[in-house]
Design a protein around this ligand. Structure first.
Ligand code: HEM
Length: 492
């Protein structure tokens, strides 16, 4: 055995305490002092190291989705879709791929309750033989906005007031009164499904339109859906208050306890597909992430199942250090031109280089499980052992070559530079259809929640009237019922 080989530290690998540099610690209860009453001497290296390490234990939390829980398991192909994609991990029924999943809330801090009305993140990292594939989705099928340039403002409006540090309805209603495309998302978030009961009883969606590509270069638009086999369960407001009041980590606990008890959560992966040649045939833009693709027009097709059968061993290493990015794809899967999707491709890794450091992809939870090689190295906290002399490419001394050609999207793109909205906004049709699909009691609960938001004393008459005009355009009776409910409330 090489006596100088690096051995990662663990509390179990020596019979006695040591410093980080390996020196024995013979007294971990008392600081070095002048006499038994002090003062304390700065020369106590062990004391200084212990406190300095502790002082740096927290890393920045995620700017969004700070509160989350993760678990490990596998994905298994159940249905052959090799006619649609050459993705290796989808090559045939029966193929299994290890995964790690992180569920999250969006807006509040790392320790915030898991019982608030908020979208839930549903991010899956597939460790495939051709590199990682991150499907970074949510529990709702649409999103608030369709252009990432609005994302920082949107998050500022949803997060606590920078002065009071309280989330305030007037700021949310003010911001979104400028964003009519958010109406569809509001009919999900302010519906009964707006507070999932826990992470196991929750659907997941890729939200954006992706492309599947075959080896021959045939491209198909696709949307991904996760369906929980134990069904969907949500909390109404009163239930959420009880659940969250009793345990602010109820969803993390439910996930952890279920897996520990052998009651493994499972989801079916379904897809909707669209022929790219048809993309202009609809009254909505299929690349607009504020829209669903109606299931009667684009039926769900089964692809596989995901089972979470292992809890994480360490929350910091496998949750806080876990990094997903929508840009992380594998051959056979590609981005569509959805503007939001494209913005996300940049933002996540950028955030992670700040949050975790430039070598965050070396962390065990983020590193691919397949062999990998390049010359992107060095930088802070690089712990890779490299002893080769050639760190440039190409070189006649380095046998590593390009991989076989990977199919990339061949669709033609042309146009002049613009800063413009998409042509087919169609902001109000889908929320109207959704509202009319509910029974009257569910409609009433939706109206009550929006009226509650609009009744914040700092919501001005102008903001209210903009909202009433939006809801009236979604559905005339919705607008009327909202208006009368608002005037009754303000008369009270
Ligand atoms: C997390 C940016 C839209 C789902 C994050 C993070 C950033 C970010 C910076 C933190 C990453 C980290 O520190 O690890 C953005 C931007 C968006 C956008 C700029 C718009 C352009 C969306 C959309 C979805 C989504 C549309 C859902 C489809 C998530 C999820 C996480 C996340 C699930 C948490 C991942 C985890 O568990 O670590 N987002 N986001 N985001 N975002 Fe987004």
């Amino acid at each position: 055995m090489d006596p100088y080989k690096y051995r990662p530290s663990s509390q179990y690998d020596t019979p006695f305490w040591t410093t980080n540099t390996g020196a024995p610690v013979w007294n971990n209860n008392n600081s070095t002092t002048v006499g038994p009453r002090g003062p304390v001497l700065l020369e106590d290296y062990h004391l200084v190291e212990k406190l300095a390490q502790f002082d740096r234990e927290r890393i920045p939390e995620r700017v969004v989705h700070a509160r989350g829980a993760s678990a490990k398991g596998f994905f298994e192909v159940t249905h052959d879709i090799s006619h649609l994609t050459c993705a290796d991990f989808l090559r045939a029924p029966g193929v299994q791929t290890p995964v790690i999943v992180r569920f999250s809330t969006v807006i509040h801090e790392r320790g915030s309750p898991e019982s608030l009305r908020d979208p839930r993140g549903f991010a899956v990292k597939f460790y495939t033989r051709e590199g990682n594939f991150d499907m970074v989705g949510n529990n709702l099928p649409v999103f608030f906005i369709r252009d990432g340039i609005k994302f920082p403002d949107m998050i500022h409006a949803l997060k606590p007031n920078p002065k009071s540090h309280i989330q305030e309805h007037w700021r949310i209603m003010d911001f979104f009164s400028h964003i009519p495309e958010a109406c569809n998302m509001f009919t999900f978030l302010f519906d009964d499904i707006g507070i999932p009961a826990d992470y196991r009883h929750m659907e997941g969606f890729g939200v954006h339109t992706f492309k599947l590509i075959t080896k021959a270069g045939k491209e198909t638009y696709v949307k991904f859906h996760w369906k929980p086999t134990c069904g969907v369960k949500n909390l109404l407001e009163d239930e959420a208050v009880m659940v969250g009041g009793a345990n602010h980590s109820h969803a993390t606990q439910d996930l952890y306890d279920s897996i520990a008890a052998g009651n493994f959560p499972e989801w079916k992966l379904m897809i909707q597909t669209m022929n790219i040649a048809d993309e202009d045939k609809f009254d909505f833009d299929p690349l607009d992430d504020t829209k669903i693709w109606p299931e009667d027009m684009f039926p769900l097709q089964p692809v596989g199942r995901m089972v979470l059968n292992r809890n994480i061993d360490n929350f910091f290493a496998e949750n806080e250090q876990l990094a997903f990015c929508p840009g992380v794809i594998v051959p056979g899967i590609y981005y569509s031109d959805d503007k939001m999707f494209q913005t996300r491709v940049f933002s996540y890794s950028d955030s992670q280089r700040h949050r975790l450091g430039p070598n965050y992809l070396m962390l065990p939870v983020n590193a691919p499980k397949c062999a990998h090689h390049n010359n992107h190295h060095e930088g802070f906290m690089n712990f890779m052992h490299r002893d080769e002399e050639v760190n440039y490419f190409p070189s006649r001394f380095d046998p590593v070559r390009h991989s076989e050609r990977v199919p990339i999207s061949q669709s033609r793109i042309s146009g002049v530079r613009e800063k413009a909205c998409i042509h087919k906004e169609n902001n109000f049709q889908q929320p109207g259809v959704r509202f009319r699909s509910w029974d009257p009691a569910r409609q009433d609960r939706f109206i009550k929640r929006i009226v509650e938001m609009l009744s914040d004393p700092r919501v001005t008459p102008e903001i209210r009237s903009v909202w009433l005009s939006y809801w009236s355009q979604c559905d005339k009776t919705l607008g009327q019922r909202m208006a009368s409910s608002l005037s009754m409330k303000s008369a009270m």
